[in-house]
Design a protein around this ligand. Structure first.
Ligand SMILES: Nc1ncnc2c1ncn2[C@@H]1O[C@H](COP(=O)(O)OP(=O)(O)O)[C@@H](O)[C@H]1O
Ligand SMILES: Nc1ccn([C@H]2C[C@H](O)[C@@H](COP(=O)(O)OP(=O)(O)O)O2)c(=O)n1
Length: 298
């Protein structure tokens, strides 16, 4: 027999407080008695049980027969977004604060630290992010990778994203921001490198408005176009946009749309500029000194 759950939550409102992210979705709240205490594969068996409860609760949600007796506390929240397959292990947001208000709306809160990693296409953002993750414990979120994963997932936005990327254009902010928010919420980490975002003024303003997150600083990889072009033509990752025609379009978009974002943060003293035309090792030495001093200050 399935245990009875005390409550289930519906749409998560957009965040209202600085540094707090949330994502509209449907969540299943587990009472303490049902919470797995550790996050390892053996505990995942608990979720099999949850799957069947989830199925039932979603049906109840659709029929508006759910009990939304609210109570607040620390608990584990299992995200059961409607598009997520029931056979897929749900992601768990550990230890997030949650509360149900009188209307049955759920707020979840997670305080995060964000560093934006910017630079032209091929300046070495992804390469250096991998090093930063290894040495400084951040989680790397590449906006481009999230968009490419969205195309592969067969999402309804897939074709639009694919067309924009092939043309070297910037995907509308709401799409990219939702992907970033979801990735941050699903991660157990609270320190993120956001790579390749914000790429234009619209990205920047919308992210600030929606998430209220202000970056700790902005890492800017400064590299000459000739060098970036050579690197991209040798990248060999089978990307639709690593051809000379699209590369030239991306450079133009970078100069016209992304450099103003870097100037915006520069005028606020947030930019840490790095000469990225050097070897991977030399660039990482410069990156390390920035992160080491950032850690000391924090
Ligand atoms: N400092 C460097 N010197 C030479 N090649 C590099 C350097 N940094 C990265 N690369 C190579 O250049 C290509 C583009 O790097 P990548 O990190 O994917 O750039 P971005 O994420 O900025 O587009 C990759 O093939 C990578 O191996
Ligand atoms: N914030 C972003 C980031 C990337 N994109 C799209 C458009 C970009 O040309 C592609 C590829 O971005 P990605 O950061 O992976 O790659 P490059 O820096 O161009 O090498 O993704 C976007 O539309 N909005």
């Amino acid at each position: 027999m399935c245990p009875v759950l005390p409550s289930v939550a519906v749409n998560v409102p957009w965040p209202t407080r600085p540094g707090v992210i949330s994502f509209p979705s449907i969540f299943l709240l587990l009472p303490h008695s049902l919470q797995p205490q550790t996050h390892n594969t053996s505990q995942i068996r608990n979720f099999v049980l949850v799957h069947s409860i989830t199925r039932r609760i979603i049906v109840q949600l659709r029929q508006k027969r759910v009990d939304t007796n609210g109570y607040c506390g620390r608990c584990c929240i299992i995200r059961v977004g409607l598009r997520q397959s029931f056979h897929h292990v749900p992601s768990v947001i550990w230890g997030s604060e949650w509360c149900l208000d009188a209307n049955g709306s759920l707020s979840i809160e997670k305080k995060v630290k964000v560093v934006f990693v910017l630079g032209g296409p091929g300046s070495g953002k992804g390469t250096q992010c991998a090093n930063i993750v290894e040495h400084f414990g951040y989680t790397h979120l590449s906006a481009g990778d999230l968009l490419r994963a969205e195309i592969k997932s067969g999402s309804e936005n897939g074709t639009m994203i694919q067309n924009m990327i092939t043309e070297g254009k910037i995907v509308p902010s709401e799409v990219t921001i939702k992907l970033l928010q979801r990735a941050m919420l699903e991660s157990e980490n609270d320190k993120f490198l956001i790579d390749g975002f914000p790429r234009n003024e619209e990205n920047r303003a919308a992210f600030e408005r929606v998430t209220k997150i202000v970056p700790e600083f902005v890492l800017f990889f400064d590299c000459a176009e000739e060098e970036m072009e050579l690197r991209l033509l040798n990248r060999n990752q089978g990307r639709v946009d690593d051809n000379i025609e699209t590369i030239r379009k991306r450079f133009k978009v970078f100069v016209e749309s992304s450099l103003p974002v870097i100037e915006y943060y520069s005028s606020r003293g947030k930019v840490r500029k790095i000469d990225a035309g050097r070897s991977v090792e030399e660039v990482f030495e410069a990156v390390k000194s920035i992160f080491s001093s950032a850690t000391v200050v924090a």
